[in-house]
Design a protein around this ligand. Sequence first.
Ligand code: SAM
Length: 302
Amino acid sequence: MRSAVAKTESGPAIQRVRPIGSVPAKQGQEDEDAVRPFLKWVGGKRALLPVLRAHSPASFHRYHEPFVGGGAMFFHLAHKRKLPKGAVLSDNNERLIRAYRGVRDAVEDVIALLHDYPHEKNFYLKMRERPIDKHSDAEVAAWLVYVNRTGFNGLYRVNQKNQFNVPFGDYANPRICDADNLRACARALHGVELRVEPFDLIAERAQKGDFVYFDPPYVPLSTTSSFTSYTSSGFGHHHQQKLADVARSLKAGGVHVLISNSSAPLVRTLYREGFITVEVQAARSVNSRGDGRGKIVELLMR
Ligand SMILES: C[S@@+](CC[C@H](N)C(=O)[O-])C[C@H]1O[C@@H](n2cnc3c(N)ncnc32)[C@H](O)[C@@H]1O
């Protein structure tokens, strides 16, 4: 990958990398499609995979992803056979991690359930109300895949009682059950440790030589004063500060770290000391309706 390093007067080395769009269209694409995340997740990293790979260590011991979401990076590395020493995936969304367990441990049950779920608004609305936490991991997985494929924009949003409240998506023909890909995901997840936990517990687990990829909820580009205490993701200023501190101490202990975030000024400040910051251009939805596409600058720190 062509890149130029520019030492700026204000401090850290900033690399500007060739825009993703200029990577030859076919490069790696078919290969990356061999196993895809089984969920569409806000902030999904599929478009950035070539750049993330370019900034990952060539070899490492265990892989950790403490904000796993849809797990685009994990599935990519698993498919490329880059995880011979195993992986630990975690997130503080319990239903999400239970869905991963359902796919890992009972993928045929998940597929059978999904085959029975029709694409109908009334069925969706009943599924939305289902007290899903009382059910098995396979049922949680089928439920989450179903509402993710048929709900509006694949959003995951809950109210204060943790009830899922995304409206019906009204898509013409969503692919509710991609059995081949679910089986490929189950194979990738074989032997992987799955944990429901806040990201900072990684500090107790990652060892020298391991690789930790952090993809947190991003710092909003236009931060208001409310960001210091609250964001819609529940991930505010003090979480971002804590994440930078955890990443710094892991790095000092010989752990390979890679962090993605927005290009908000706060991010540049938090990682000024001790990290190389790389600017990358990512294709992203740029408005709240999700239908405006554009290239925006994001940052990788390592
Ligand atoms: C930007 S998404 C990750 C996207 C993912 N890399 C992908 O490719 O789909 C951020 C994730 O962090 C999780 N999260 C938010 N706050 C957290 C916390 N305090 N501890 C652990 N996970 C958290 C969310 O549930 C969400 O799944």
